[in-house]
Design a protein around this ligand. Structure first.
Ligand SMILES: *Cc1c(COP(=O)(O)O)cnc(C)c1O
Length: 226
């Protein structure tokens, strides 16, 4: 099951990348709501990077997976009062959208750990979402993050508004790539454009994604939220 799902997903990613004439993006396996066993199963097939939405849920699962050398990404909205635990437990935080959160993560990232990899979540087109930095605030937030010694600015993450027609998300992906390229021109360490999920990864890759975040296509449908 998992073997086929992983192979199918990797094929989709590779096909989309070669159709676009671009290098294959990294695959982040989104394991929210999935048990630690499912993560261990994918890890045994060679999947290295996992994304979680909630700090507590991730910490509970990480306890049983130590020693596998997995790379953990926090991809959900993060409250500043959880920044301490997030800074200690993750390798990447993808949803940094405001100065206060960036400063809190920097303050709590221990000196003996590598700098925390950070993506700026940009509110690219979803006015209904409260989360994400507005596009015209990205440069200033990037400068602030780049100046923090315990953070490493790596790029941009976006979640376009969920139009049922995935092709309608294309302009948002394209806008995200323009922001990403503008950022990379100023901050040479910027190398990551995180966009594309199970249902729209082909469109995101065509528009320049370097990291797709895939849950359902790997693990199956999640239980509905109560
Ligand atoms: C859940 C989630 C994903 C994965 O979504 P799927 O449709 O299951 O692939 C990707 N990114 C974020 C931010 C998520 O919350």
């Amino acid at each position: 099951m998992l073997t086929h799902a992983l192979q199918d997903t990797l094929h989709r990613v590779e096909n989309a990348a070669s159709a676009a004439g671009r290098p294959s993006p990294r695959l982040l396996a989104v394991s929210k709501t999935q048990p630690a066993d499912a993560i261990a199963g994918l890890a045994s097939l060679g999947q290295h990077a996992f994304g979680e939405n909630y700090v507590q849920e991730a910490v509970a699962k990480q306890a049983g997976l130590q020693g596998l050398g997995l790379e953990w990404h926090l991809i959900g909205h993060l409250q500043s009062n959880k920044a301490k635990e997030a800074a200690a437990r993750f390798d990447w935080v993808q949803a940094v959208d405001r100065e206060r959160l960036a400063l809190a993560l920097n303050a709590h990232r221990a000196a003996e750990q590598a700098p925390l990899n950070v993506l700026i979540q940009v509110n690219i087109d979803d006015e209904a979402s409260k989360h994400g930095c507005p596009p015209d605030g990205v440069m200033a937030l990037a400068d602030l993050i780049a100046a923090q010694p315990r953070l490493r600015l790596r790029g941009v993450m976006v979640i376009p508004a969920p139009h049922p027609d995935v092709d309608a998300r294309r302009p948002a992906f394209r806008h995200a790539r323009e922001l990403f390229e503008a950022l990379a021109a100023v901050h040479p360490q910027v190398d990551t454009l995180s966009m594309g999920m199970s249902d729209d990864l082909e469109v995101a890759i065509a528009e320049g994604s370097t990291m797709v975040r895939v849950g359902t296509a790997l693990f199956g449908a999640r239980p509905r939220k109560a």
